[in-house]
Design a protein around this ligand. Structure first.
Ligand code: GLU
Length: 333
């Protein structure tokens, strides 16, 4: 009798495990690569995940986010299949798809797909007042964090230095993750840092809230005008100084910017990309409320600034929703 009971218990236990496994195998787990936790990619990944996870029963998708080194890391991880989605700067999306910058040797990344674009990002230079940095021309001899190699902004910093004819070797360049920058600035271990990021964000808030007085530096002049002519993915951008009441700025900061975009790979299934696109667009008002940087978003401008072809799953939704007319023909591959 006792033996019979033991068998029954083991049997029911096994049945429960099998049942659980059978159920969970139907769920598609997707991970969205973001950036440092004080940037905007991280909460953006969270916002997208939250919206799709609400419909877990309908789509059987369970999305989670990963804090990563940023755009370049995300693009490469999506292409290698380590991540299903990633957030990446529009300029980096362009470079990967056409085989430029980091992808020059590897060549065009033809599997890269865009889903939609998100908030605008400004190339931001944050410096201590004490450093005396008021323009790009003041950078030689200064300790500046240009960004980690997986970030999107490292190349923006390099493009800017190049356009001003400043050699990287003439500045004391650091290449650490953006999440550390504000702390390093407050500890006076660097004089400034570059970060291509939406506003307002946690990093600049942290950098401007400490003992060391900090300002955001405008990036302009004929050098930048030349850059805007040369690279179509850069546009002029303004950061309202009122977003950072503790900074030393008394006027808006004029700089250049790009856009954050959601990317994926042609290997990711149409159903998953369709579901994510549909839920974000169908719940647009709710999505917009999730971060102040989304205030400027419209459905139309979320279809601009893309270079890689739009994923088929996303296209299916844009057709259904009548949004296809806003999409550049070259993206309909
Ligand atoms: N633009 C940055 C990058 O590509 C990330 C900005 C953010 O996390 O909001 O690395």
């Amino acid at each position: 009798m006792k033996r019979y009971h033991t068998h029954l218990i083991i049997f029911s236990f096994l049945a429960m495990i099998l049942f659980a496994c059978g159920k969970s195998s139907k769920i598609n787990y997707v991970t969205i690569g973001t950036g440092g936790v004080t940037g905007i990619y991280y909460p953006t990944g969270g916002a997208i995940a939250r919206i799709i996870n609400k419909k877990r029963d309908k789509y059987k998708i369970r999305a989670s986010v990963e804090s990563t080194g940023g755009s370049v890391y995300n693009i490469n991880a999506v292409l290698s299949g380590d991540l299903e989605f990633g957030i990446a700067q529009s300029d980096r999306q362009y470079q990967a798809y056409y085989g430029k910058a980091e992808w020059t040797k590897k060549g065009p990344q033809k599997k890269l797909r865009s889903v939609f674009s998100i908030h605008p990002e400004s190339v931001t230079l944050i410096a201590s007042v004490k450093s005396g940095i008021k323009s790009i021309k003041d950078l030689p001899g200064k300790r500046i964090n240009l960004g980690n190699p997986g970030s999107g902004h490292l190349q923006n910093a390099r493009d800017i230095l190049k356009s001003f004819g400043i050699k990287e070797s003439s500045i004391k360049a650091e290449f650490v993750k953006a999440v550390e920058s504000a702390g390093l600035l407050q500890d006076e271990r660097i004089d400034g840092y570059f970060y291509t990021v939406g506003h307002p964000n946690g990093s600049v808030k942290e950098a401007t809230s400490g003992r060391v007085k900090v300002r955001l530096v405008s990036i302009g002049g004929k050098e930048i005008d030349n850059m805007l002519n040369k690279y179509s993915y850069y546009a002029k951008s303004v950061i309202p100084f009122s977003m950072y009441p503790n900074s030393a700025n008394k006027e808006d900061i004029v700089t250049l910017g790009v856009k954050a975009t959601l990317i994926t790979s042609s290997d990711v299934s149409d159903n998953i990309v369709y579901a994510i696109t549909k839920e974000v667009f169908d719940n647009f008002a709710e999505f917009k409320k999730l971060h102040p940087a989304y205030q400027v978003l419209t459905k139309k401008n979320m279809l601009r600034g893309l270079s890689a072809p739009i994923h088929k799953g996303a296209l299916k939704y844009y057709r259904e929703a009548g949004l296809i007319k806003y999409i550049d023909k070259r993206l309909l591959k």
